[in-house]
Design a binder for this molecule. Structure first.
Ligand code: GLU
Length: 419
């Protein structure tokens, strides 16, 4: 069970996953006990002047789980459900994700409990700058490097970068990744998570003998991950039969016009009122008969309640923590091939790492270079996870966690306990 301060459904899930991996690895219990909880957690008040002149105090968090492999790394989430427990779980998953794909980085996550859709641009900027100022002494290019996550984007990262830089007295682009290109961002970062997910699906299809040009897919979520994944899959010849966002979903057995839907969403902020396909609820989208299901929205979407009704062959987790523990068991029985979040959506942090490296060197790469290096890392990681899964007769999630956790544990054993 998660330690009381950080307890939440998400952190219970993350800690339980760690425990299962630790047991399977026969992990040193003195290491396991340290990994169950984050290194450092910060809760800050974020007073923000709203457009009507009133001051509203938001609550912000930054949780740093483990930095044995390198500086903490992880996104900043703006969502009403953000709380200490959720952010802690997400920070722990970042530790395994970075370790699994071999990045010299640790795991962190931050966020502010707010509804960014209800905030004006001025309010969003004021809140972001004050949140950055509040966590300023706990982040840094060699300490902890934030990035976008749900509800944040390149504009928010630009404000984080500017606030940090103003305090330091000079430009510090390497403080944050997922920035606009004009201020030190990298080519390919915006698309990286959805693109990486597609590279991983290509590997999985190769393993399963699935012909992608005859495959169908459904994608839950049409944000930065889901929309790019849908586009990349469609470009590969996959028939995308369902997509959804928070406003609802659309379904067409003959395949949806993904490119036109992307244009629609860009113009109208979301998909509501979109004239393509038939309406389908977010819940029903998950149970569509398809080859590849991509949950790319909120966590805990696939639960004990609906997992039995899933009709996909491959579940590729674009979101963080979309599948609960009891659902995992059902999916195993149904022999659905699950590509776990820490592998499936690692493309984002991999290209974030590339951005940080380029900023530190002041030397920038072409998009082709970025994509090639991304694909190399992900293909190798997929094959490594598959190998452990087959050898140890465990599912892909446990195999991925075993690799991620054991690398961190080895580093901890080398470095020892400072006392
Ligand atoms: N928020 C993304 C994730 O969950 C990216 C983190 C990063 O780029 O540091 O993986």
């Amino acid at each position: 069970m998660a330690t009381v301060e950080w307890r939440s459904p998400a952190s219970e899930m993350a800690v339980k996953q760690l425990e299962v991996a630790a047991e399977r690895l026969n992990l040193d219990s003195n290491v396991a006990v340290r990994l169950r909880r984050p290194d450092r957690s910060l809760i800050v008040s974020v007073p923000t002047r709203m457009d009507d002149g009133r001051v509203h105090v938001f609550t912000g968090y930054r949780v740093q789980h483990n930095d044995v492999l390198g500086p903490f790394k992880g996104g900043i989430r703006y969502h009403p459900d953000v709380n200490l427990g959720e952010v802690s779980a997400l920070a722990m998953w970042m530790t395994w994700k970075c370790s699994l794909v071999g990045l010299p980085l640790g795991g962190a996550k931050g966020g502010v409990a707010c509804d960014p859709m209800q905030l004006s641009r001025a309010e969003l900027q004021a809140m972001t700058r004050r949140y950055t100022a509040e966590i300023l002494n706990f982040i840094g290019p060699e300490v902890d490097v934030p990035a976008p996550d749900m509800g944040t984007n390149e504009q928010v990262m630009a404000w984080v970068m500017d606030t940090y830089s103003q305090h330091k007295g000079h430009a510090v682009p390497e403080i944050v990744t997922g920035k606009p290109l004009d201020i030190g961002g990298t080519l390919g970062r915006r698309e990286a998570t959805g693109r990486g997910l597609t590279y991983i699906i290509i590997e999985a299809a190769g393993h399963l003998g699935m012909d992608l040009s005859r495959a169908t897919a459904a994608v839950q979520g049409f944000g930065n991950v889901g929309s790019v994944a849908a586009k990349e899959l469609a470009d590969l010849g996959v028939k995308v039969i369902g997509v959804s966002d928070q406003s609802g979903g659309f379904y067409d057995e003959a395949g949806l016009p993904v490119h036109r839907m992307l244009e629609y969403a860009a113009k109208n902020r979301d998909l509501s009122g979109c004239p393509y396909g038939h309406p389908v609820s977010n819940e029903d989208l998950l149970t569509l008969k398809c080859d590849i299901l991509v949950p790319a929205a909120l966590g805990m979407q696939i639960t004990g309640r609906n997992a039995g009704k899933l009709r996909c062959r491959v579940l590729a987790e674009g979101a963080n923590g979309p599948t609960t523990l009891d659902a995992d068991e059902i999916l195993r029985e149904k022999e659905i091939f699950v590509i776990p979040d820490v592998l499936a959506n690692a493309g984002g942090v991999i290209v974030s790492y590339f951005e940080w490296v380029q900023d530190l060197q002041n030397f920038f790469w072409t998009e082709a270079e970025v994509n090639k290096r991304l694909r190399d890392i992900l293909s190798r990681a997929f094959q490594e996870v598959l190998k452990v899964s087959l050898k140890e007769k465990v599912d892909m999630r446990l195999a991925a966690l075993m690799i991620g956790v054991s690398r961190v544990a080895r580093a901890m054993l080398w470095r020892g306990l400072y006392a």
